[in-house]
Design a protein around this ligand. Structure first.
Ligand code: 5AD
Ligand code: SF4
Length: 481
């Protein structure tokens, strides 16, 4: 549903109400995040940067003095969601205004970056638009928003990470025993379908020293697993602790030495950046989990070329073989796009063939969505929606049994599980396998934060169920501090 583009603030929405000076003390922030894990990381950092300003996080949007929609622009549907959500948020703002409560509405993330001022024109209730590179400026922007709408979608010269408040140990503990950590942002690959190079800008890697410091803080507060994030994370090349240029493999090797760090993961990777040292790291670093998200997008060389992926299907298959040779128990996952402009039945058959050949443990598949400003949007020969839907269903029929078989193969095996939270039922705890499957067991809550041996006894379509192998005892490096 389209939002009301011409909505205005009600007459009684005096500037004085709307712009009441920032109260000190109990202000509440509600951040709703869409899209990728990096947005989830950014959402947490936005809350962190506003905590010193007196904002506490709330899970209840109606209770929030500041509502932030942290948006995703990757596909049309994701972007449309923002405007329908903003319509609802506007009504909430009006309802709160009616009882004398001011609400500030901020739009952050990639839609903010891509649409900028257009958001303020389309939805007048919005007070603030902030791009992904500028959210360290939120405190200042909020002060300015008291005097009228503010927008910042610059790619500032300063590094936002240098200006972000660190979360307290208490906050880190609340967020759980697994955490995301952005090490690289932006992308220089320019795949023909993708908005990321435009919304997140050029590739940029954080210096290792800062990443390691952040990882130490997280581990010190009880985090046991870190997923390193980057739009193109395996292209990481940051300044090393010794001043040299470090690759992702160098960074992983260093992070594996951080005390208390039991597990490391990274995502998302481009096949062309899977360097030898990174493949070797999968063989050599026990902390590096045997799961790799390595999107291939299509199995047709013609379409891969049109997508500007700069590798062939055979290149990808060879790469998979090398990775599996280095780490035989590694599980692979991929993204696929069906219905890229010009994709014929024959091209799609090649995608099915590649999916069959690789045998993915999990797969994400999307119908091609034309994104303004990307080269793909200008291609003639767009594929009909019905054809995309039909191909999506056929791809699903190939990959879904692969995923189920992968889960089923673990029944009867004993695997290591990192316990993350209470389980679905009282007396249960839930965690993840090395291959990211959710695992439920009967067990005490004080095992949350431990890595322990679990015998898998059953699996459903999405979860594994197991028994703690008490005789083996927890194999993790002790309890949370
Ligand atoms: N249409 C459909 N899917 C897309 N993706 C990126 N851009 C588009 C688009 N325009 C998918 C890719 C990418 C994942 C994050 O989203 O598969 O790997
Ligand atoms: Fe987008 Fe391609 Fe860069 Fe991934 S590698 S973020 S798909 S342009």
């Amino acid at each position: 549903m389209k939002p009301d583009l011409h909505s205005r603030r009600p007459e009684n929405s005096s500037l004085a109400t709307r712009t009441a000076p920032l109260r000190t003390g109990a202000k509440k922030i509600f951040v709703k995040s869409y899209g990728c894990q990096m947005n989830a990381y950014d959402a947490a950092r936005m809350a962190d940067v506003l905590a010193p300003e007196g904002y506490a996080e709330t899970a209840d949007i109606e209770d929030a003095d500041l509502i932030v929609l942290n948006t995703c622009h990757i596909r049309e549907k994701a972007a449309d969601k923002v405007f329908s959500e903003l319509g609802k948020v506007r009504m909430l703002k009006e309802a709160r205004e009616a009882v004398g409560l001011a609400t500030t509405i901020a739009v952050a993330g990639c839609v903010a970056q891509a649409e900028g001022g257009e958001i303020l024109r389309r939805q007048k209730a919005v007070d603030l638009v902030v791009g992904p590179q500028s959210y360290h400026r939120l405190p200042e922007m909020l002060r300015q928003a008291a005097f009228g709408p503010v927008i910042d979608t610059d790619f500032p010269v300063e590094d936002k990470f240098d200006h972000l408040a660190q979360p307290s140990d208490e906050k880190i503990r609340q967020r759980g025993v697994t955490a995301f950590l952005t090490v690289q942002e932006g992308c220089d690959k320019f795949c023909a379908f993708c908005v990321v190079p435009y919304t997140r800008g050029a590739e940029n890697s954080r210096p290792a020293r800062k990443v390691v410091a952040e990882a130490k803080r997280l581990a010190g507060a009880g985090v046991r697993e870190i997923t390193l994030l980057g739009q193109n994370v395996n292209a990481y090349h940051g300044e090393g602790e010794n001043g040299d240029d470090w690759s992702l493999a160098d960074l992983l090797a260093r992070l594996a030495k951080v005390e208390g760090m039991a597990r490391l993961r990274y995502m998302t990777s481009h096949p062309n950046d899977m360097r030898d040292d990174l493949i070797r790291a999968h063989a050599e670093l026990p902390a590096l989990m045997p799961f790799l998200h390595l999107p291939v997008q299509s199995g047709s060389d013609r379409i891969l070329d049109a997508m500007n992926r700069r590798h062939s299907a055979a290149d990808y298959l060879r790469l998979v073989e090398r990775i599996r040779r280095a780490r035989p128990d590694i599980a692979l996952s991929s993204d696929f796009i069906v219905g890229f402009p010009g994709e014929t039945e024959r091209d799609f058959a090649a995608t099915l063939e590649l999916a069959r050949e690789v045998n993915f443990a999990s797969t994400f598949f999307f119908k091609y969505s034309s994104r303004p400003g990307t080269p793909g949007a200008n291609l003639s020969d767009q594929v009909a929606e019905e054809v995309k839907s039909e191909r999506l269903a056929r791809l699903q029929d190939v990959v879904e049994p692969q995923r189920r078989a992968f889960n089923a193969a673990l029944v009867g095996k004993t695997i290591e599980v990192l316990f993350e939270k209470p389980g679905r039922h009282p007396g249960q705890i839930a965690g993840k396998s090395p291959w990211l499957q959710p695992v439920q067991v009967d067990g005490p809550e004080n095992w949350i934060g431990r890595v322990a041996a679990v015998e898998i006894v059953e699996c459903s379509s999405n979860s594994l169920f197991g028994r703690l192998r008490n005789n083996l005892g927890p194999s993790g490096e002790g309890n949370r501090p």
